[in-house]
Design a protein around this ligand. Structure first.
Ligand SMILES: [Zn+2]
Length: 308
């Protein structure tokens, strides 16, 4: 069987530092309301947990001859030259992970935290910043914290994005502002009202986060990230194999997931498991995934082209 008629896995990395995460900045429950507030009080030198880690990820990918998609926070592209140097002109795809990693809606009420117009302008600016810095076209978007509202979808299409990769369906959490019904675990054109695959109302292709149905009413998250650190490669190998039976799938991580550096003290410690297995354990686990699915990982862009 050639790669052409095999189902593939989009491999993606969200490039944000520890202080872009929702406990620290950019969410309704963050310690600092915005990234700007945080940066005023914290010099950059003391907080970089992702430059060396991103370079290391790229080395690992090169070793396995794998191309991946890097969902860049535009703020990182502006302030982390080592990451830009490592990715510009490389085999990897650059996509957008917003301007500052600010959530667009409140975690609880699901009400917009910014006006639609401001949100539109922010995403358009992030796309432009990334295209200028990396000298490449950006067609993919992932919402910060996977916090996605249905009103964002037509705006993404208007700005010129061709695919989104933010919808995560499971029974543990729903970060969207709509009542998600079971959605496919494979790429689909999205209905901009309820985010389902029924009666698509857009030309925006959704690359949803994978999920794992363990019982009729229990579906577990299987996209990667925190759950990859928590549950490890045995669970994820099983889940991705299941997903590949149905179609193309998606897997994601962060450079910070392999960082050996301690997270600075500003990170609230009310979630003791938040950084579980960060560092060498997760780097080794990523390598196990690359070994297991040799030849099956690719960029989101390739998955988009195959499914459009
Ligand atoms: Zn993120």
């Amino acid at each position: 069987m050639t790669k052409k008629n095999k189902n593939l896995i989009a491999l993606s990395f969200d490039i944000e530092d520890w202080y872009h995460t929702p406990l620290v900045t950019g969410s309704s429950f963050a310690k600092y309301p915005t990234l700007e507030d945080f940066l005023k009080q914290n010099p950059q030198e003391s907080v970089d947990c992702i430059s060396d880690e991103t370079v290391r990820l790229i080395e690992i990918l090169d070793h396995y001859k794998v191309s991946a998609t890097f969902f860049m926070v535009a703020d990182v592209a502006k302030r982390y030259p080592k990451i830009v140097d490592a990715l510009r002109g490389s085999r990897h795809e650059i996509a957008s992970h917003s301007l500052t990693h600010q959530s667009g809606i409140d975690a609880k009420s699901k009400e917009p935290m910014v006006s639609y117009k401001d949100w539109h302008n922010e995403q358009a600016e992030a796309k432009k910043v990334l295209e200028n810095i990396f000298k490449t076209q950006v067609i993919g978007f992932r919402a910060p914290n996977a916090v996605l509202a249905n009103w964002m979808l037509p705006l993404l299409e208007e700005i010129g994005f061709r695919y989104d990769s933010s919808v995560a369906f499971n029974t543990i959490y729903n970060k969207t502002n709509v009542k998600l019904r079971a959605i496919p675990a494979t790429p689909y054109y999205i209905n901009t009202n309820d985010m389902s695959a029924d009666n698509p109302t857009s030309n925006l292709l959704e690359l949803p986060w994978s999920n794992y149905r363990v019982a009729p009413f229990i579906t577990l998250p299987a996209g990667g990230g925190y759950f990859f650190r928590l549950l490890g490669p045995i669970y994820f190998k099983r889940v991705l194999k299941k997903a590949l039976e149905k179609g193309d799938s998606m897997f994601y991580m962060h450079p910070i997931d392999i960082s050996r550096k301690p997270i600075p003290a500003e990170n609230p410690n009310n979630r003791p498991l938040y950084w579980i297995n960060k560092g060498e354990t997760t780097e080794k686990n990523l390598i196990k995934m690359l070994e297991e699915f040799k030849g099956l990982f690719t960029t989101c862009k390739e998955i988009y082209i195959r499914n459009k």
